[in-house]
Structures are given as structure tokens and as C-alpha cells.
Write a protein that binds this ligand. Structure first.
Ligand code: GDP
Length: 297
């Protein structure tokens, strides 16, 4: 399960405090010390941990909490509220443009799960939003990436626009937009190239595609299991290309949760979806409150 390690530690800490009839400032401090360790162990960004502990402590040590009938439960509620805030508060839905087609650009490093997520997103758009998406294969550096998208398209019966590897990505996107207009696709999802590392050439190409296609959404796909590396990648992509939302993949295998808990706070960008498995139906909207409940048990 996602967040397993963190959940276990926090639930142990919480049991101690909810078991007490009365709590003192020292109890809260002791609890927050344990929370701090648990978050650090989960690979949460240090600045984020510090802020979190400060905010929760300030709220928990107030007289109205300590003197209440159920102080332990109040403190737990504060922890839950602040975990929810940390992950962005409200669920953040896909934005559609008023004038179709809505363009969604998928960006990210190789192996993060970009192509898989493109297929999953097409499924979500069709099933939950009643849309008729067109997928665009704009990763011309890896013929296998184009094939992978075409295979997914066949499997899902979603059309894929591809022009092979000899046409520039910007030109592919230009023609894909014409095709979308002609065939009345209301959403266009562009699967862009990924590299092993953030590099200038890739960023320039993504900026060019962005300028041409004017996407409503630029989704950065990052692998949750890479922890703080995912957060750093998100920062670089946001500074250079600009992203509107984050898709955190492989959360099903992430026992720590450091990326999920840090990325919103560090980049200011919301996690819109999480990948929970390899199958095409394993993409879920990210609900901060539900995630916080899951962590706290
Ligand atoms: P790309 O290079 O970014 O396009 O990455 P791919 O889409 O090819 O994905 C790389 C690997 O990650 C594949 O084996 C996918 O099945 C796997 N993958 C993608 N998303 C998830 C996820 O949410 N959970 C799990 N467990 N595996 C995933």
C-alpha cells in the first residue's frame, strides 16, 4: 500500500495521544517530535517538515484544544487538516478550454510513466468526461515510444496521430491539431519526448510545442518512488516549460510518500492524478483529504 511506512509510524504516535484524557504542552511536543521523525523518514522535504510541525504545534498548543473534552482527537484532527493542506486541500479537476479542442501536453523524464499515463488519461476522459480524445505521438527520438502509444491506442480504440520519426515534433503537433479539428476531437493529448535527465534541448522543444499548441493543461508525469528527485524534476520543468498539474505515478509501490507530501508545497502546483498500477484503469483523481485519512488510519 502507498504510504505504508509513514502510516504505521503516525498511527502509533496518534494512538498514544488519543489514549490520554488530558494532554499537556509536553505531550504535544513529544508527539510532534515523533511526527517530525516519521516525515523525515518518509523522505519529505526538510523545509516542508519544519513548516508543518510549526503550524500543527501552534494550532495544537492553544488553550481551546488542551482544555477541550477530547484533546487527543482534536490534535489528530489538526494533523489531518494540515496534511490535507500540505497536499493541496481540494481536489483539482482537469481544466477544459471553452473552445475545443482542449490540448493536454504530457511532459516528464523517460521511464516516469508518461506514455502509460497518456493511455490512462484517454480512458478517464472517455469514460468520466464523455470526450473523444486524439493521442499524438510526438516522441520522435524513440521509435519504440511511438509504437507503444499506437499499441495502447489500438487496445483502447482511441485514435493515435503519428508521422514516424522523420518529422519534427512541432510539425507533428501542428498537423495533429488540424486533424483534431477535421475529425471533431474535443481533446488532444500530446505525448512528448522524455530524456534521462532534464536538458536544454528537450526543454526548448517542449517550449516550442507549448507555444504552438497553447495547451490548457501541461501535466508533468513523475515517479513517486523517486522521492525528492521527483520534486526537483518538478521544479525544473515548472521553471522552464511551466506546468499546470502533476501526475504522480507508481504510488502503488511507494511505501514512503515523500514526493506526494512535498511536491505541492515546494512547487505550488497541484497533484491532479495518481497512478496506482500498470493497468489502463489505474489512474485516480488525487484527493488530498482522502489521502490524509488513509495515512492517519
Ligand atoms: P515513459 O518512458 O515515461 O513513457 O514511461 P512508460 O509509460 O513506458 O512507463 C514505464 C514503466 O512504468 C512501465 O513498465 C509502466 O507499466 C510502469 N508504470 C507506469 N505508471 C505506473 C503506475 O502508476 N504504477 C506502476 N506500478 N507502474 C507504472
Amino acid at each position: 500500500m502507498a504510504f505504508e511506512g509513514l502510516a504505521q509510524r503516525l498511527q502509533g504516535t496518534i494512538q498514544k495521544i488519543t489514549g490520554k484524557g488530558k494532554i499537556s504542552e509536553a505531550d504535544v511536543k513529544e508527539m510532534m517530535r515523533e511526527v517530525r521523525f516519521a516525515l523525515i523518514e518518509a523522505d519529505v522535504n526538510l523545509k516542508v517538515v519544519k513548516e508543518f510541525v510549526k503550524t500543527v504545534s501552534e494550532r495544537a498548543i492553544g488553550q481551546d484544544v488542551m482544555k477541550s473534552l477530547t484533546p487527543g482527537q482534536q490534535v489528530v484532527k489538526i494533523v489531518k487538516d494540515e496534511l490535507t493542506n500540505l497536499m493541496g486541500g481540494e481536489q483539482n479537476p482537469i481544466q477544459f478550454s471553452r473552445k475545443p479542442p482542449t490540448v493536454i501536453m504530457m511532459v516528464g523524464l523517460q521511464g516516469a510513466g508518461k506514455t502509460t499515463t497518456t493511455g490512462k488519461l484517454a480512458t478517464v476522459l472517455r469514460k468520466r468526461h464523455n470526450k473523444n480524445p486524439l493521442l499524438v505521438a510526438a516522441d520522435v527520438y524513440r521509435p519504440a515510444a511511438i509504437q507503444q502509444l499506437e499499441t495502447l491506442g489500438k487496445q483502447l480504440t482511441v485514435p493515435v496521430f503519428a508521422l514516424g520519426t522523420d518529422v519534427s515534433p512541432v510539425e507533428i503537433v501542428r498537423q495533429a491539431l488540424e486533424e483534431a479539428e477535421k475529425e471533431h476531437h474535443d481533446v488532444v493529448i500530446i505525448d512528448t519526448a522524455g530524456r534521462l535527465h532534464v536538458d536544454e534541448e528537450l526543454m526548448q522543444e517542449l517550449k516550442d510545442i507549448r507555444e504552438l499548441s497553447k495547451p490548457e493543461e501541461v501535466f508533468l508525469v513523475v515517479d513517486a518512488m523517486t522521492g525528492q528527485d521527483a520534486v526537483n524534476v518538478a521544479q525544473s520543468f515548472d521553471e522552464t516549460v511551466g506546468v499546470t498539474g502533476i501526475v504522480l505515478t507508481k504510488l502503488d509501490g511507494d511505501t514512503r510518500g515523500g514526493a506526494a507530501l512535498s511536491i505541492r508545497s515546494v512547487t505550488g502546483k497541484p497533484i491532479k492524478f495518481v497512478g496506482m498500477g500498470e493497468k489502463m484503469d489505474a489512474l485516480e483523481p488525487f484527493h488530498p483529504e482522502r489521502m490524509a485519512s488513509r495515512i492517519l488510519g
